[in-house]
Design a protein around this ligand. Sequence first.
Ligand code: SAM
Ligand code: SF4
Length: 346
Amino acid sequence: MIDPVSEAQSPAATAPLIDPFGRKVEYLRVSVTDRCDLRCVYCMAEDMSFLPKAEVLTLEELDRLCSAFVKLGTRKLRLTGGEPLVRRDVMRLIRSLGRHIQSGDLDELTLTTNGTMLFKHAAGLYEAGVRRINVSLDTLDPHKFQAITRWGKLDKILGGIQAAKDAGLKIKINTVALKGVNDDEVHRLVAWCGEQGFDLTFIEVMPMGDIGEGARMDQYWPLTMLKAELQKRWTLTESDHRTGGPARYVRVEETGQRVGFITPLTHNFCESCNRVRLTCTGTLYMCLGQEDAADLRTPLRISDEDGPLIDAVREAITRKPKGHDFIIDRRHQGPAVGRHMSVTGG
Ligand code: SAM
Ligand code: SF4
């Protein structure tokens, strides 16, 4: 168990985080590592250089940062990466953060994973208080899976998903819509998720990080087109279901499951943004699609008291921008931001 840290108690220190546009910030996504055991073509270049270990926050520091956010009103915490489950001893952090679920200070502790390590950790996640996870899976075809992830084996992921199901975790599948890659598989994915009892969210590919000349334009498949394709075969009923994230959902009447659409390009959802993102070096990004960031590692390390850290978080929230400026078209094929998705975890 990671030791609880000293905690600032004054009312000012615990007042909720409200940004200049009146949005309450109560969802923190934490990239616990920038490393990953896969190299998905839309996310990373094959040959990536990762952060030196010395720059990465310890598990204790990550715990302290997350706990400070919980004190400032964060109700939902999502661990991501890179691949969160490849970080050494990450289960120790997850078990420790589970105390905020037990105390009722946090509504949800969850993670986004590529599924490679679920066979090992699914039961432990449930025991720690995790109830739902997102698993990224873009195809059910083993050859395509290997081509998309460069290194992955589909069987291992499907085994991990089964282990998660057996452990009692509710699963949502995340699928990035990729033109010419999985556009012929969307019906199969909807049917499979229906059989398995999983919700499914499609994501538009976002222009983050350099992945090679022209590649984004080749990959980008607007979800307006994907939805039109789904409507040829499925009865989609609009739903007001929300999970605290940006997805908009429909219910597939034939399967009873939900399908979500995350559409940063075709429909901007920034007006309801309630989240910020922390990297494994303690850098806070107030928007996924902007470069501005705040260093929380320095205030974290200068004092064992949370005062300087909380001041730095509050100052950062005053800089949360109105929205992102993602565009992918013939004139805008380069990245909107230089960092890869694996830095902030999507
Ligand atoms: N490794 C974990 C995984 O793959 O689930 C967590 C980190 S990954 C960066 C989080 C999510 O971002 C995944 O669902 C992935 O498909 C998505 N993603 C990565 N790069 C993306 C991009 N350029 N555009 C849209 N989604 C992206
Ligand atoms: Fe790794 Fe996830 Fe990025 Fe794929 S999407 S390379 S699994 S971090």
